[in-house]
Design a protein around this ligand. Structure first.
Ligand code: NAD
Length: 424
């Protein structure tokens, strides 16, 4: 029998390769727990499923789906489901591992999981999208559940898709299981504040990091790559705090204005087919020039692997806030550290979404729902505490915030592993 690892061929900068190198860097700080470290490099369980559906034209199409449970030592698996034509088992493995680290870094009682389907949802009708979602949910239904693994939205999935997933799982178990997914519509057990939670978490960790660096947010210049759910919400909160959003890049291109882009106009323009560059309140520049824009804070909030070694050399930012998962390759990480650029790593910076997902899950179990202020106050407190704890660890060992986050998180994960012991 082959191991799960034999199905992937990671490279230094591929998602799973990046994750492995991040784990290697933390092992020296794990003390006696290092004996368990191999656990972190092996997903517990990976399910590959065939997702056949009848298309609107009567043909039969097959898509490949995945659900990986990387680690369940601290609680049920938690992690999104991504619909994208480039999804691979390797990518889902890395994303599930980052969820393990993320939930431990903010001390939520979860392990890490992730799912995906290799499909371009933009090429499906609504009916086909629903069929793909329901069949996939039914196929992975043998390993998900409110107490075992709780999916959520990720790239190209949303509240409607979560509603279909919840309904399909509920039909199969013969009840209404709202706690099986998070990110649901509000009237189906969703939580207030969930949609903006990740962007809000980016802002909260960024605000704390800026305070510790002595960087005043009033007048600070911010550049944002990716202007979707995460990037645009973070940008709005920074603008409310007095910062200037001087550059925005999305899939349509890059727009700049050194006096600050007017978000009241840019946000709706970016939601149209023309994207961010259809907004007239700035100048369109070459995409590569985005990485050299004069700014204090850089927020990558689009895709993996965006901050390469070359771009890390160019950036003028003092502070990088990783809204996206895995936006910085390991060689770039070293360059940023050498240049004195502080990076708030993804596993803490974008943990606001999973934190409010946790609130949603708790509210579903108690059937008692909190108001938005309560959600935001609790989110702020959890994120601030997590960041401050990690910052103190980084100061103590003279290590980067990323390695410190892994040190805090991996200690929690491996302590749970050790205390549970090996079965049988
Ligand atoms: P989204 O689909 O809402 O937005 C993605 C943005 O990236 C869009 O503005 C798109 O135009 C832009 N983009 C796509 N390709 C690009 C390219 N080649 N160059 C520049 N911009 C490009 O997605 P989102 O929910 O905002 O997620 C963004 C990132 O944050 C992803 O890495 C995701 O995994 C991560 N993340 C999201 C959440 C969440 O709750 N939504 C939580 C944690 C992490």
């Amino acid at each position: 029998m082959s191991s799960i690892l034999s199905y992937v061929q990671p490279t230094a900068n591929s998602p799973w390769g990046t994750y492995l190198s991040q784990v290697d860097r933390v092992i020296p700080y794990l003390g006696d727990l290092a004996r368990w470290a191999e656990t972190l490099k092996r997903p517990k369980r990976a399910l590959i499923v065939d997702v056949p559906i009848e298309m609107d034209d009567g043909s039969i199409a097959h898509f490949e789906g995945y659900r990986v449970q990387h680690n369940l030592s601290r609680g049920p698996g938690k992690g999104g489901v991504r619909f994208h034509p480039d999804v691979t088992l390797e990518e889902v493995m890395a994303l599930s591992a980052w969820m393990t680290v993320k939930t431990a870094a903010v001390n939520l009682p979860y392990g890490g999981a992730k799912g995906g389907i290799r499909v371009d949802p933009k090429k499906l009708s609504l009916k086909e999208l629903e069929k793909v979602t329901r069949r996939y949910t039914s196929e992975i239904g043998i390993i998900i559940g409110p107490h075992s693994d709780i999916p959520a939205p990720d790239v190209n999935t949303n509240a409607q898709i979560m509603a279909w997933m919840m309904d399909t799982y509920s039909m199969n178990v013969g009840g209404t299981a709202t706690g099986v997914v998070t990110g649901k519509p509000l009237h189906l057990g969703g939580s207030l504040g969930r949609v903006k939670a990740t962007g809000r978490g980016v802002f909260v960790t960024g605000r704390e990091a800026a305070r510790r660096l002595g960087l005043d947010l009033r007048g600070a210049r911010v550049a944002v790559q990716g202007f979707g759910n995460v990037g645009s919400v973070a940008a709005e909160l920074f603008a409310e705090a007095g910062a200037k959003i001087v550059a925005v890049q999305d899939h349509t291109g890059t727009i700049v204005n050194e006096n600050g882009l007017d978000l009241a106009g840019l946000v709706p323009a970016s939601r149209t087919d023309g994207g961010a560059v259809s907004f007239k309140g700035g100048d369109v520049i070459d995409n590569e020039a985005f990485w050299e824009v004069a700014c204090d804070i850089l927020i990558p909030a689009a895709l993996e692997g965006q901050i390469t070694a070359e771009r890390a050399q160019k950036t003028k930012a003092r502070l990088v806030l990783e809204g996206a998962n895995g936006p910085t390759v390991p060689t770039a990480d070293d360059i940023l550290a050498e240049r004195g650029v502080l990076v708030v790593p993804d596993v803490i910076c974008n943990a606001g979404g999973v934190t409010v997902s946790y609130f949603e899950w708790v509210q579903d179990f108690s059937s008692f729902f909190w108001d938005e202020d309560e959600i935001n106050v609790r989110l702020d407190r959890i994120m601030m505490n997590a960041l401050n704890n990690i910052w103190d660890t980084a100061d103590k060992h003279k290590i980067t915030l990323r390695t410190a986050t892994y040190a805090v998180a991996c200690e929690r994960i491996l302590m749970a592993r050790q205390e549970r012991g090996l079965y049988p």
